[in-house]
Design a protein around this ligand. Sequence first.
Ligand SMILES: CC(C)(COP(=O)(O)OP(=O)(O)OC[C@H]1O[C@@H](n2cnc3c(N)ncnc32)[C@H](O)[C@@H]1OP(=O)(O)O)[C@@H](O)C(=O)NCCC(=O)NCCS
Length: 235
Amino acid sequence: MHFEVLRTQARTGESWAALADRHLPEPGPALAVDLSGDPLVFRTDPSQRLSVRPMTAGDLADVTRWTNEPHVAQWWDENRSADQVAAYYGPALAGEDPTRLWIWEVNGRSVGFGQDYRISDHPEYALLSSKPDAVGIDYAIGEPAFAGRGLGTSLIWVFLRDIVWPAYAGVTEFFAAPDHRNAASLRLLDKLGFTRGLWFDEPGSDGKVDTVIGCSLDVAQVMGLNLSTAEVTEE
Ligand SMILES: CC(C)(COP(=O)(O)OP(=O)(O)OC[C@H]1O[C@@H](n2cnc3c(N)ncnc32)[C@H](O)[C@@H]1OP(=O)(O)O)[C@@H](O)C(=O)NCCC(=O)NCCS
């Protein structure tokens, strides 16, 4: 069920997520549909169970297949053989790299994957993006049948709200930087409430350079600041 709220309906200091929770038309999480305009559009869907779980080595076969699906491969120019995928994600799966890796599920079926990290943990990227204090995310809906149906927006909303937000106390900005030609990803970020910022060049494989657009989410505005100092587990 879709529902709308006006930005002006937010109480002083109230985030859009909290505003949506206050106007839920039925039980269930409020999922972002389109937060790029006013009214803000959300939805509920009791028939859909969207969840995010930690990636394991057992997921690498799916991840390899997904990165080779044409709609993903178009934007994924390296690390696509099974060995490359295992070598690329191995350190994070082994806990040697602080990047956290995740699998998206729809009603228990794995449909895509993503990651989150403190940009300051990657100094070269921090220099490129000029966002050392932000938390970065990357994502893909690997199963073609599940892409282009609004699910990416919902899943990444759940990911940001339930997984990323609780893990980084005090963070004020989430950040993603799609290729400037990746219209689906840029639109998805618009719909989640991100704003587009600086363009910058990111070195890719084989000396290639990708021109990307830095997009930022104002965490306080959209989700509210997480002032907790508690350690949060990845479960
Ligand atoms: C990017 C991605 C996660 C989006 O997931 P999704 O489930 O397709 O996203 P949604 O359906 O929620 O939203 C996509 C939006 O982009 C729009 N869109 C899709 N292709 C488009 C195109 N070629 N031009 C313009 N808009 C486009 C859709 O119409 C939709 O907007 P709308 O709801 O206003 O109509 C998915 O396409 C994907 O995994 N792509 C490959 C990997 C990738 O690019 N990852 C991001 C790297 S930064």
